[in-house]
Design a protein around this ligand. Structure first.
Ligand code: KIV
Ligand code: ZN
Length: 512
């Protein structure tokens, strides 16, 4: 019988470490529910000791998700581990994931600890974590740049203490498939009790090899768990992309011969949700989830596809959840039809008041846009959730004038803690004008690092989804806004980014 390959999703933890990708508790719950529909085996819901926000999110996810194992990251100390255990209390199945760096560089320069001290701390951490759960994962951080003899000592000792998963981390994306896979194989062969744990891979994509390294870890090294994120989101160049791993293993079952528990038809909805919530757009030529992944432009390819689909297609778009943009609702649809579509999309709004709020937004949108697609519904639910998040700033209205040869001008009305504020500004372009208008009242002084617009469905009727990334005093946040008018979407995105900048939650990065 084929072995099972465990899919460990870390979108909510390592993915959230991407600059600007921080998510609210409600956003994390929505993503966790989608990950459950996708049937991932393990959801790393966060790093409990990082901030009160992370703690609360893990707690809420633990109470909500029934099918996947819920995991919290923790550094190798009692305080972090106890915090992780507390956040995970309500989970039906829980895992504590503890880690400490083992490479000479990290031990000497970052931790300022001797190898013996690191070994002792790793042992203590696993021993302590076992008081709370039988499911304990240990990661030697920067494992791929660690010395073999030392790694063997540490891993043998933590398995003896009861670590049930060993995660060989390629923290800085330094690995090369053959070398990474072989190092893992050697570890498993040299460590006498290696068969007492499941081996896992965790690869970063700095050299574009995260997926290749992970698969080499499986095929050469014998790993049976892959840590990955939706859309490959993650620190710096990101992590191993879940969708690429799943479809590689499924499409090339002849080679990998591994079983997966994943429902692949939930991949594209998961990709869209994560992209929409974090503001990280998916590049069109991205494997599996990019808009062009199944588009055949050349005449020869189109001709071939029409004659026999498998001439140029190795996967079917519908198998990963692509559907032609379906008109799902329109101006005449009622509240029940709207609520039913929310249910079908797996969206549960907390109260009837929230459903009413989202329905009012839907009616308003349907007045301006005759065809409403699933993507529109996802965007308006996000808008409604932002409105309910006790955020300071809310968009109210906008008037904007642009004419060739004249300086664009904008008048924006927004509310701050319920009080309406009207402001005016001019700028080099319409977006500059609205930002200047808002800044004339808010004076945040934030720097705009990125501005991007994407059509969320096809056709000129589509809503534009704008992402604005702001930076202030070392903090980076992404704001997202959607509207059929892209200048309005820009104003919404700017206010959403300001709200995130104002939220006080300071977060610890586990790896610092
Ligand atoms: O990249 C890394 O080393 C990590 C560990 C915490 C597993 O994310
Ligand atoms: Zn990582």
């Amino acid at each position: 019988m084929a072995d099972k390959l465990i899919i460990f999703d870390t979108t909510l933890r390592d993915g959230e470490q991407s600059p600007g990708a921080s998510m609210t508790k409600d956003e994390k719950i929505r993503i966790a529910k989608q990950l459950e529909r996708l049937k991932v085996d393990v959801i790393e819901a966060g790093f409990a000791a990082a901030s009160p926000g992370d703690f609360e999110s893990i707690k809420a996810i633990s109470a909500t998700i029934k099918d996947s194992i819920i995991c919290s990251l923790s550094r190798a100390n009692d305080r972090d581990i106890a915090r992780a255990a507390e956040a995970l209390q309500a989970a039906q199945r829980k895992r504590i994931h503890t880690f400490i760096a083992t490479s000479p560089l990290h031990m000497e320069k970052k931790l300022r600890m001797s190898p013996d001290q690191v070994l002792e701390q790793a042992i203590q951490a696993v021993r302590y974590a076992r008081n709370f759960t039988d499911d304990v994962e240990f990661s030697p951080e920067d494992g791929s740049r660690s010395e073999m003899d030392f790694l063997c000592r540490v891993i043998e000792a933590v398995i003896k203490e009861g670590a049930t998963t060993i995660n060989f981390a390629d923290t800085v994306g330094y690995g090369v498939p053959e070398l990474y896979g072989t190092m893992l194989k050697n570890l498993r062969e040299r460590i006498p009790n290696s068969d007492k744990a499941i081996w896992s891979v965790h690869c970063h994509n700095d050299l574009g090899m995260a997926v290749a390294n992970s698969l080499a870890g499986v095929m050469i090294g014998g790993a049976r768990q892959i840590e990955c994120t939706i859309n490959g989101l993650g620190e710096r160049a990101g992590n191993t992309a879940l969708e690429e791993i799943v479809m590689a293993v499924r499409t090339r079952k002849d080679y990998f011969n591994l079983e997966l528990g994943i429902d692949a038809t939930q991949i594209v909805p998961a990709s869209k949700l994560v992209s929409q919530i974090t503001g990280f757009a998916v590049q069109p030529n991205k494997a599996v989830v990019g808009a062009n992944a199944f588009a055949h432009a050349s005449g020869i390819h189109q001709d071939g596809i029409l004659k026999a689909r498998d001439t140029y297609e190795i996967m079917r778009a519908e198998d990963v959840g692509w559907s032609a943009n379906k008109i799902v609702l329109g101006k005449l649809s009622g509240r029940n039809a709207f609520k039913q579509r929310l249910d079908e999309l797996g969206i549960t709004l907390e109260s009837e008041a929230d459903v009413n709020g989202a329905f009012a937004r839907f009616k308003e949108l349907a007045d301006r846009k005759s065809e409403i697609f699933d993507e529109d519904i996802l965007a308006l639910v996000s808008d409604e959730e932002q409105a309910n998040d006790n955020e300071a700033y809310h968009f109210v209205s906008l008037a904007q004038h642009s004419e060739t040869g004249e300086m664009p001008a904008a008048k924006v009305v927004f509310s701050n803690q319920g009080k309406e504020i009207s402001c005016e500004g001019i700028g080099n372009g319409p977006v500059d004008a609205i930002v200047n208008a808002i800044e004339s009242k808010v004076a945040s002084g934030a720097e705009l690092l990125l501005f991007s617009v994407n059509a969320i469905t096809t056709g000129t009727q589509s809503q534009g989804e704008v992402t604005m990334r702001l930076s202030k005093s070392g903090r980076i946040v992404n704001g997202v806004g959607a509207d059929p008018d892209i200048v309005v979407a820009s104003a919404k995105a700017y206010l959403s980014a300001l709200n995130k900048l104002e939220s006080k939650s300071e977060k610890l990065n586990p790896q610092i």
